[in-house]
Design a protein around this ligand. Sequence first.
Ligand code: B12
Length: 197
Amino acid sequence: MEKELQAGTSVSAILKEGLIAPLDEVGRRFSRGDMFLPEMLAAAQAMKAGVEVIRPLLTGAETKPAGVVVIGTVKDDLHDIGKDLVAMMLEGAGFQVINLGINVDHSRFVEGAMANKADIVALSALLTTTMPAMKTTVAKLKEAGVKGRIIVGGAPVNQSFADEIGADGYSDDAPGAVVLARKLLGIHASESHGEVH
Ligand code: B12
């Protein structure tokens, strides 16, 4: 990774081709029964170590605060690699990010959003079995009168599910989450500098 960076390979190429693509392959092998949980865990740890190397490039210094984002992975879901990438890229784009972590139930999302006056509440789910928790969380955030816009993502989530549960936006990747958050808050990209190429 360090060698690639020194050789001038772009951060997004390292992320997509060097980190996310191999992890997708691990997921496919797990589905086929060619790999098992300890291997998936080892792959996740390798991914996390890789992300740490590029973290400074993703979160770069930004002066103008773009807004407050409260982010977390929904209840009973322990996947955090994608959610943390989204958090890092939002930070890089100048957002103040409060990361609630994994296995976050709806009441913690509501408290976190209220306490931090979130402009955006971002929910991640990686399991089809935790998508209902995403739906409940959206409903509870609305019921509680949280004013921030709600965005959702994660491998099993798509635009039609986002629409169905009443989320304000969906993106299938971290750079798209930045574009989405800016769009929902009416921020033009030129007003911010944290682009990753
Ligand atoms: C790594 C991994 C794990 C690790 C997680 C480690 C960690 N700290 O996160 C471990 C080993 C712990 C794990 C456990 C399990 N896992 Co798992 N795991 C994966 C794997 C291989 C990669 C996930 C990942 O990190 N991808 C890379 C990141 C960058 O991608 P991403 O998360 O999709 O995020 C991107 C976008 O989705 C988007 N995004 C994500 N969140 C958000 C949020 C917002 C707001 C927005 C806008 C965008 C956005 O942006 C991100 C960056 O571009 C996937 C397979 C896969 N390819 O998805 C299986 C997978 C998700 N796991 C699966 C399963 C079944 C499990 C277990 C149930 C296995 C078991 N029998 O115990 C457990 C469940 C544990 C739990 N309760 O959560 C299945 C899910 C099947 C399903 N349809 O529900 C998958 C698809 C594997 C498979 N093919 O079967 N897993």
